[in-house]
Design a protein around this ligand. Structure first.
Ligand SMILES: [Fe+2]
Length: 280
């Protein structure tokens, strides 16, 4: 075997090991938001955002993931869809995480496109409600009296109705958003699986949108970002980080699990921690 072959093989093995290790290494991303609707009485209010879990276990009984969530002392946990994977549906693994998170803080959940594909979805939704998870299926709720200025909206993934009608997902989302009550004076958070509809969310003046779905563009190139995402195609713009349009800020989670494509490259699983502060 030549010297070049040995070096080439060693590099390939090293790269493979780095990719595999990175896929199991959960990264925590922190965001701070300042807004005049946030009163000083809840300064530092903490939201942990979990998206695109796809039945992925992190440690025995999910201890690694649950401990990371606990460490960040959330006041509220938001789960933005694809809790299960439609190819390897495992309700027990999904429910195990939700049960553990419910012990830490109130949990608010919206569905993703994967939930719309499986016959078990109704069972999942019922079991989530039984363990005290707030399922925000085109609904709004106010977390608790002490955080009165905040309201949380959630929309069902548009793929549920897309299966039954000829309307586009955008039209379906618009109808869902239209059906929600408006509270102009409250800090309005929307949970929606789909980041590609940011312009619609901005039209409805949500203050903060939490989403996922794009898996960070699966393979991320340095200085460039993700290369492919569902509903955004090649070189997608909305796969990670915070994006602003008018008065709306949207945080896109790169997600925790994988789906059809089983590997992430330069794109570790992500847990998001958001702190809210009054505008100074
Ligand atoms: Fe997903």
């Amino acid at each position: 075997m030549g010297k070049k072959t040995v070096i080439g093989s060693a590099l390939m093995i090293g790269l493979g090991m780095w990719v595999l290790r990175e896929n199991k290494h959960l990264k925590v991303t922190h965001h701070e938001i300042r807004n005049k609707k946030i009163p000083s009485s809840i300064s530092g209010y903490t939201i942990v955002h979990v998206s695109d879990y796809h039945n992925t276990l992190f440690g025995e009984n999910n201890k690694v993931l649950v401990d990371k969530i606990k460490e960040n002392k959330p006041d509220l946990i938001a789960v933005t869809g694809d809790l299960i994977d439609s190819r390897t549906t495992d309700l027990d693994v999904a429910l195990l995480l939700m049960k553990e998170m419910r012990k830490i803080a109130p949990v608010y959940y919206v569905s993703g496109n994967h939930e719309s594909r499986v016959p078990e979805y109704e069972v999942l939704e019922n079991r989530l409600r039984e363990i005290g998870i707030e399922v925000l299926n085109n609904r709004m709720t106010i977390p608790d009296k002490e955080v009165g200025p905040i309201c949380i909206y959630g929309v069902q993934d548009p793929s549920f109705d897309r299966r039954k009608s000829e309307e586009s997902e955008r039209t379906i989302m618009e109808k869902q958003l239209n059906s929600l009550p408006q509270y102009d004076h409250k800090y309005a958070i929307l949970l929606s699986h789909r980041p590609e509809l940011l312009d619609l969310y901005a039209e409805y003046s949500f203050d903060l949108v939490l989403s996922g779905h794009a898996h960070g563009g699966q393979v991320r190139l340095p200085l460039f970002g993700g290369i492919l995402a569902p509903n955004q195609g090649f070189f997608p713009m909305l796969t990670s980080g915070m994006h602003k349009m008018n008065n709306t800020a949207m945080i896109v989670s790169r997600g925790i699990g994988n789906s059809a494509f089983p590997l992430r490259v330069n794109n570790p699983p992500e847990l998001i921690v958001i702190k809210l502060f009054p505008e100074q």
